[in-house]
Structure formats: C-alpha cells, structure tokens
Design a protein around this ligand. Sequence first.
Ligand SMILES: [Zn+2]
Length: 143
Amino acid sequence: MKPSKSISQKTDTNGKAVAKKPVKSKLIKKLDVVFSEYIRKRNSVNGKACCVTCGKVDEWKKMQAGHFMSRTKYATRWDEENVQVQCVKCNRFSQGEQYLFSLYLGADKAKQLYEKSLTSWSQSIEQLQKTIEHYVSLNKKME
Ligand SMILES: [Zn+2]
C-alpha cells in the first residue's frame, strides 16, 4: 500500500502545506519517457514504426527510442534528430548500431550531432517542466 499523502506532506512554520519542489532527476526521467513516446509516435504509420538501423517494423509501443550520441551526453539527449526509432535488438543488444545509425543520418548530420553532444548543457527546473509539457501535448495530438 502507498503511504498516505498527509503523512509525507511537508508543512511550513505556520503548518501550511508546502508544495514539494520537483527534483531535477525526476524531471529528467519524466522527460525521457514522454520524449521516447514522441519519437516513436512521430515515426509511426498506422501504429507501426520502423527501426532506422535494420528496417524491422513493429508496433511503436514495442520499439525503442535509440540515441545516436549516447544519452549520457545531455546536449543531444533530447535532440529530435539524435533520437530515432530502433528495435530492441539494435538498441539494446547491438549497442545502438552507431555506424548504421550514422549512415541513416548522413555524414553531415552525424558530425553536427557529435559536435553538439560535446557542448555543455544546463536547464532549470522550469525549462525542464516546459519541455515536458511541450512533448506531452504533442503526444496527445498524435493519439
Ligand atoms: Zn533494428
């Protein structure tokens, strides 16, 4: 059973409930989820999406959002070109098939993304929340 909200809720000195400030790591996880959904829906036709590195077609829910530059690089973690539909085999078990991924993107785009991935990244809580809202609404439109 989940603990009751009233127990964990923080209060200020006047005993008023204080809205918990969202933690950045939680927002990053949330953004990963909504962004992945966006990429797979964006690339799907009649509910099916195609893996960019092997051509496998399956329901978008069974596919994954694969990163060309690793998701450890925050500057390109939510770049709409850096992230494309991949099947589980390519994304998870073949280390993302980065060479084939670069062929899909083309040399110029691959180089651009490589360079962008090396730049620094910083987003405030508010910016992250806005980005999440942006993709949540795009996802709703594609339903
Ligand atoms: Zn594949």
